[in-house]
Design a protein around this ligand. Structure first.
Ligand code: SF4
Length: 438
């Protein structure tokens, strides 16, 4: 009883919103605090803009139907605390839904608002379940209830998360398209370049592709040595006085290119590239060489992406840098057993972070949903990523069969679990509703 009293005393408005949205209260002999018989025909939709909490609700008071916004508060006196009685935007409110009615709310024109008090109408079970979720100490607050999660809610939430993540990444593509006059090849080049930074060197790679113009890359595409000189020179790698024969050759080529295209000196410095805790196979020097080889072989236009049907068309391609990198992982540094080609997981990463978002942006831009569906199919073709979030869910017994699901779990973790948005999560909603696991 003490616990229940504490729970009731700590009632939060967001939970009341949830109760109202899902109508989780006893509706028998419903009446307003003012004594009118009340029927809720439709609770309306949550209003994400300024103004009352829900819009377009439909209710019946006695024999009269009303349509309009509803406002939710823990105490009805919050109406005055929030100054709604002075705000005409709240004059149309048809119902004030409160946990406790301790003051009659009136609009700016003096109308008393019908009030529904919920404190004696919500089941104790629901309050206790919410408390359990809210106070969960685990990294994922619903962890103690994992065995109660219905598969359908889990699947529905992951589908939503996978789409939300793709949509968010595609918004970056759209912003880039806006900045580059809807030149899809240019945007593909920039996105791919940025992706080649693989987290640690994202900013440096982003700068590099911004100082190596795509039209010049295209002109020089056929000569791998010249292309390497262009990229390594602009990246700030060719400023040393000494080096091996290949290094000196690139320096010479770059001097010529720099004059020909009137490049400003020193746009990038070698110090901008990070090596900390990287294995040689991830060194930025090798990544630049791999990126160059992709430009050399493919030119990598947006049409390559638009026309690809499967993820395999990207992941099966072997991108091999010039022969210097067969036995070097950096200028002047040889490896015993090395591999200069872009690894499979890196190629899969390019599909997840560059190819799929570009396809989704294209689907939205052209109104062709088949490109969105293709992006999803590609993600389902690729194995799940290995990271601590995926490892956690796997360890707890949830199947993670592809990158589609690993991406969904990353989104769920970052955008919902970490922010404790359990009331907005299908999993949390089914746990609160007490939906039995089938
Ligand atoms: S957001 Fe969803 S998955 Fe995450 S802890 Fe809450 S209920 Fe569980």
């Amino acid at each position: 009883m003490i616990l229940l009293a504490v729970i009731i005393a700590s009632m939060k408005e967001e939970f009341l919103n949830f109760i109202w949205k899902h109508q989780y209260f006893d509706k028998k002999r419903l009446e307003t605090y003012q004594g009118e018989v009340l029927q809720v025909l439709n609770p309306g939709q949550i209003n994400v803009n300024s103004g009352p909490d829900f819009s377009n609700a439909r209710i019946k008071l006695g024999r009269t139907s009303w349509a309009g916004p509803t406002e939710i508060h823990v105490r009805s006196s919050d109406w005055y605390l929030h100054q709604h009685h002075k705000n005409p935007a709240f004059d149309q409110v048809v119902l004030h839904v409160v946990w406790v009615n301790n003051a009659n709310a009136k609009t700016s024109n003096g109308r008393e608002i019908p009030t529904l008090e919920l404190k004696d109408r919500v089941k104790t079970d629901l309050l206790l379940r919410h408390q359990k979720l809210r106070k969960g100490n685990s990294r994922v607050p619903c962890e103690p209830q994992f065995d109660r999660i219905p598969d359908s809610s889990f699947q529905r939430m992951l589908d939503q998360m996978a789409c939300q993540r793709l949509k968010r990444k595609s918004r970056e593509v759209v912003a880039s398209l806006d900045r580059h006059n809807y030149d899809w090849d240019q945007v593909t080049y920039l996105a791919l370049g940025k992706n080649f930074g693989f987290h640690l060197n994202t900013a440096a790679f982003e700068t590099l592709v911004s100082v190596v113009p795509l039209p010049i890359v295209r002109k020089m595409r056929s000569g791998i040595v010249q292309l390497e000189a262009l990229f390594f020179g602009q990246a700030g790698f060719l400023q040393r006085v000494t080096g091996d024969a290949y290094y000196l050759r690139l320096q010479k080529e770059y001097e010529f290119i720099k004059k020909k295209y009137s490049f400003k000196p020193g746009l990038m410095k070698k110090e901008m590239w990070k090596y900390l805790r990287l294995r040689p196979s991830n060194f930025p020097s090798l990544r630049i060489a791999q990126f160059v080889s992709m430009m050399h072989l493919e030119g990598f236009r947006f049409s390559d992406i638009r026309e690809a049907v499967t993820a395999g068309q990207f992941t099966e391609k072997v991108v091999k840098p010039s022969s210097y990198w067969d036995d070097h992982y950096d200028f002047g540094k040889k490896w015993g057993v090395g591999r200069s080609t872009l690894g499979l997981s890196s190629r899969e990463n390019l599909v997840i972070n560059t190819v799929a978002p570009l396809l989704v942006a294209y689907a939205n831009y052209t109104g062709q949903p088949e490109f969105h569906a293709r992006a999803i199919e590609m993600m389902k073709e690729i194995p799940p990523e290995q990271n601590r979030i995926v490892a956690y869910w796997k360890e707890k017994g949830f199947g993670v069969s592809s990158a589609y699901y690993s991406q969904a779990l990353i989104e769920l973790n970052n955008q919902y679990c970490n922010l404790r948005k359990c009331l907005d999560c299908f999993i949390g909603q089914s746990l609160l509703a007490g939906v039995p696991k089938p």
